[in-house]
Write a protein that binds this ligand. Structure first.
Ligand SMILES: Cc1cc2nc3c(=O)[nH]c(=O)nc-3n(C[C@H](O)[C@H](O)[C@H](O)COP(=O)(O)OP(=O)(O)OC[C@H]3O[C@@H](n4cnc5c(N)ncnc54)[C@H](O)[C@@H]3O)c2cc1C
Length: 365
């Protein structure tokens, strides 16, 4: 089978590219993954890693999310990726206000400024979390053991046959020459549209939105409750998310803006005011989080698809050689396992267990 498929090259070492590499090698198909900066250097290394089984049930990604959630559970048992089931709550918080609401749902450490309703959004059967960078690395290390080569370089173009300008023969690398290629997979997250110039026409449009996060270490561990916060302050309303992690740290993300996407992930800069805000969120929710040690604070870019669904599948008019998996927005960690599995099936067998037609790139070109 590997001989029939030929050489598969994946561009992008975020969680989507790593998952595709993992699932291809599990099917006995060796591949090469080219990553410009480092594995999971962008959103896939900075995301929260929250997973919900059925929150997309009424939309086109429903089946993908369900399969992915179940695969995460399986991979959580196989890999050292900090997977665990969590309870999930929505809480309403008003900055600097006195606590006016107590609720049996709220864990002990959420002891400040909670003023409004508290809803249960999920429980240990249908919400979970994973460490996105660890899982990306687990995927790629497992793939490397089964024949995936990883090249750190920038893909800068594509070489076509001289007779047919749609017949892909190789990718051009910035530093390491050309890499022969029979099937090419674009998994470049918010940088996907840089590839428009390689093909001389428009690929599915993937926008970019900057979001911030901090990781803090509280003085004592807090329970496995993911919080979706309806946060009111004098500056307006916000919706930060708070995820305690199994390693004793707490991840808090939020504050999105449309600062232009830099040329590569190594050039992403956070806005310090946004990081300060996230620190304030922790301090306003919990006296345990107040005064926590700041471990890290950074920004990264969500890959935003034009039509609210990711583009996953074959790009037409390239002799069955060009694929894309990009635009997973705020659910790329959740949907990475099923995206990788089903795209690998499509590449190898020409069809996949899950119907990928809602994500057909041809619809978005
Ligand atoms: C703050 C924040 C929190 C999030 N939390 C969650 C969450 O809790 N749950 C969830 O499911 N999702 C979450 N997400 C969304 C998730 O992080 C993304 O959907 C996912 O990481 C996208 O993965 P990707 O592989 O498509 O893109 P990326 O992670 O952006 O990876 C793309 C890779 O391609 C590489 N690349 C680009 N161009 C080239 C080139 N020319 N040559 C070689 N390499 C190239 C880049 O260097 C990069 O490493 C969050 C996102 C943000 C911003």
């Amino acid at each position: 089978m590997a001989n029939e498929i030929g050489k598969v090259v994946i561009v992008g070492g975020g969680i989507i590219g790593c998952s595709i590499a993992y699932h291809l090698t599990e099917m006995g198909i060796p591949c090469t993954l080219v990553e410009r900066v480092s594995i999971a250097c962008a959103a896939s290394g900075h995301a929260g890693g929250f997973l919900a089984r059925n929150w997309s049930d009424h939309g086109p990604t429903g089946p993908l999310s369900r399969e992915s959630f179940d695969l995460h559970k399986k991979y959580g048992a196989m890999f050292d990726s900090d997977y665990r089931a969590v309870d999930t709550l929505e809480v309403m918080v008003k900055e600097d206000s006195k606590r006016t609401k107590s609720s049996p749902n709220v864990p002990d450490w959420v002891d400040k400024s909670v003023i409004g309703h508290t809803d249960v959004l999920g429980d240990l059967t249908n919400t979970a979390q994973v460490h996105p960078k660890k899982l990306s690395k687990c995927f790629i290390e497992a793939a490397q053991k089964k024949g995936c080569e990883v090249i750190i370089d920038q893909v800068v173009g594509v070489e076509f046959s001289t007779e047919d300008k749609t017949f892909i023969k190789a990718v051009k690398l910035q530093n390491k020459g050309t890499l022969p290629c029979d099937k090419l997979v674009l998994a470049m997250g918010p940088w996907t549209n840089v590839a428009n110039q390689w093909f001389g026409h428009k690929l599915p449009t993937i926008g970019a939105c900057r979001a911030h996060h901090i990781v803090i270490t509280p003085s004592e561990p807090v329970s496995a409750h993911a919080l979706f916060v309806n946060y009111r302050s004098k500056d307006g309303n916000d919706n930060p998310e708070v995820y305690p992690r199994p390693d004793g740290t707490v991840y808090i993300c939020g504050r999105t803006d449309y600062e232009p996407l830099p040329e590569h992930a190594g050039l992403v800069e956070p806005n310090s005011e946004s990081l300060n805000f996230l620190h304030r969120v922790g301090a306003n929710i919990s006296s345990t989080l107040e005064g926590s040690k700041l471990e890290t604070g950074h920004a990264c870019y969500l890959p935003l698809p034009e039509n609210n669904v990711p583009a996953i599948g074959l790009i037409p008019n390239y002799h069955g050689k060009l694929y894309i998996a990009a635009g997973h927005s705020c659910w790329g960690i959740l949907n990475a396992p099923a995206t990788g599995k089903n795209l690998a099936e499509l590449i190898v067998h020409g069809n996949s267990a899950i119907d990928l037609s809602p994500f057909d790139p041809a619809k978005f070109i």
